[in-house]
Design a protein around this ligand. Structure first.
Ligand code: ADP
Ligand code: GLC
Length: 498
């Protein structure tokens, strides 16, 4: 079974969030599950420079067809840019990279629409995926094209539109990692995508007068998945459906949730190169050293008994960190410390910096993106805070579980699916792995914090929760088997649209 996995970031080459972690780990796990996987990526500089030479016998560049697809001429680009073939470092998987420096060689966040051409540049990625799905590479045609998030949303649309001689088109899976980011563009973008006019309508890719790449993927993929079972249910509801719940309900029969996994080669305290002293479930005393090391690194007072709360996150509305900021001073008064690593919304960044200024030695805030410090915080903190307003899956709570760092989470989406609240019953049964709260407010979070302090005052219970969390396994192989079963169900011919 040949799978083309299409994504825009991939750890360790390029990562802005969880999608990068997923794309780095799932394709190799799919290979282990028996799939013949290749990856298609846009040629962002970090990706273009990071892939190795192709190991394939016919590994030269493949030009895209010179007609149809997005209008490149208006951007002064040649009509048939090449797909460079290469090899991913680490996994050794074959990759196609869309080699268009004018689109992808830019500083800063890869998704910023600085030149107003995001519709065309990510449209071109979808077009490249569709061409491969229709047999562009004579040596390798995928059975399934697996698309991820709005950037790839046009691939299933183009695949359905293309009438090409040869074998049937590949089937499509569209995975929603975050419904809130939709890739919407003004109507003037539509004529540049090379699609028939009738698709700019309610049954096509039009959404409240705009062009929506997310809607495109949801409307035309053979199967839709999202990254946890609970989020798969939540997005059918207006509250979490971001305006697309009606369409999702209409297609509910093809929507499912497959929980993300963890790459334990990257995220395990027993072999984490960032830690001076590795530790595991049987050597948890070494976790105290990771904590002291973190306190030193961040200029926090060296207080072994202070409960240290960690945050590693994009600082956006989704993540609910305004609640943490609101009670940061109280957290310190309760005897805790706070370490924040993140970047995002300027007012929130500013508010956290002010909180650190008010609480020297007790609150440390690092505004930036730092993979090494992320590992130090996940390992050194006692609690990892993930109070997200909504969370499709969430990975940091899974990393926390592995590191004996108790996740304290708002019970939504993937957080609800992965953290077992330390209620008296769950403690009694030995299955509690963290703390979960329901009321999304400063009050709700405050109550949860108090529960964390209370639990900490019973060291035996605390240790039991830590160990139960560390024993959990969220192996990618489990998810890969579920994806493989899904691919199989839509093979060899695409199922009719629901
Ligand atoms: P999302 O994808 O919504 O941002 P996830 O929890 O799925 O949330 O994944 C976030 C990933 O990004 C994790 O690997 C986390 O460690 C990482 N991360 C987030 N912010 C930072 C940061 N400022 N520095 C380093 N890593 C970060
Ligand atoms: C998104 C979601 C996050 C998820 C990640 C990987 O960024 O916000 O919840 O874990 O994608 O699927």
């Amino acid at each position: 079974m040949r799978i083309l996995y299409v994504c825009t970031e991939l750890f360790p080459l390029l990562k802005t969030g969880g999608l990068g972690d997923v794309s780095g780990a799932l394709p190799p796990a799919l290979r282990e599950a028996g799939c013949d996987v290749r990856v298609l990526l846009p040629g962002f500089t970090a990706i273009r420079d990071g892939i190795g030479p192709s190991q394939l016998p016919h590994g030269g560049p493949i030009p895209l067809p010179p007609r149809y697809g997005p209008d490149l001429a208006s951007h002064g680009l040649p009509p048939s840019p090449p797909l460079v073939q290469g090899t991913l470092p680490g996994s050794g998987l074959a990759a196609y990279v869309l080699d268009v420096p004018a689109f992808f060689n830019r500083p800063g966040n890869p998704y910023t629409d600085g030149r107003g051409d995001n519709a065309v540049r990510f449209g071109l990625l979808g077009w490249a995926a569709a061409c491969l799905g229709h047999g562009l590479d004579p040596h390798w045609q995928p059975d399934v094209v697996h698309c991820n998030d709005w950037h790839t949303g046009l691939a299933p649309v183009y695949l359905r539109q293309m009438a090409m001689p040869g074998p049937p088109r590949a089937a499509t899976v569209f995975t929603v990692h975050n419904l809130a980011y939709q890739g919407t563009f003004p109507p003037s973008a539509f004529p540049r995508l090379g699609l028939p006019d009738y698709l700019f309508g309610i049954h096509g890719i039009e959404f409240w007068g705009q062009v929506s790449f997310m809607k495109a993927g949801l409307q035309s993929a053979d199967r839709i998945t999202t990254v946890s079972p609970t989020y798969a249910r939540e997005i059918l509801d207006p509250l979490q459906g971001c305006g697309l719940d009606g369409l999702l309900r209409a297609r509910a029969g093809v929507v499912s949730g497959i929980l993300n996994g963890v790459d334990y080669k990257v995220w395990s305290p027993a072999n984490d190169g960032v830690l001076a002293e590795p530790y595991d479930i049987d050597s948890l005393e070494n976790k105290a050293k990771a904590k002291a090391e973190l306190q030193r690194k961040l200029g926090l007072d060296l207080r072994p008994d202070a409960m240290l709360f960690g945050v590693v996150s994009r600082l956006t509305e989704q993540k609910g960190l305004n609640l943490v900021e609101a009670i940061a001073d109280e957290l310190v008064h309760m005897g805790g410390q706070l370490a924040v690593l993140g970047t995002g919304d300027a007012p929130l960044e500013h508010a956290f910096l002010l909180a650190a200024g008010r609480n020297p030695g007790q609150i440390a805030v690092d505004i930036g993106y730092d993979e090494t410090l992320a590992h130090s915080i996940i390992a050194g903190a006692d609690v990892i805070l993930v109070p997200s307003r909504f969370e499709p899956c969430g990975l940091t709570q899974l990393y926390g579980l592995r590191y004996g760092t108790l996740p304290l989470v708002h019970r939504v989406g993937g957080l609800a699916d992965t953290v077992v609240d330390a209620t008296p019953q769950n403690l009694e049964a030995g299955r509690a792995t963290g703390i979960a709260f329901d009321e999304f407010s400063a009050k709700g979070l405050r109550t949860a914090l108090r529960r964390a302090f209370e639990l900490r005052s019973h060291p035996r219970d605390w240790r039991q929760v830590q160990q139960a969390g560390m024993r959990q396994r969220f192996d990618w192989r489990v998810a890969a088997d579920q994806y493989a079963a899904l691919y199989r169900s839509i093979m060899p011919h695409a199922a009719p649209i629901a």
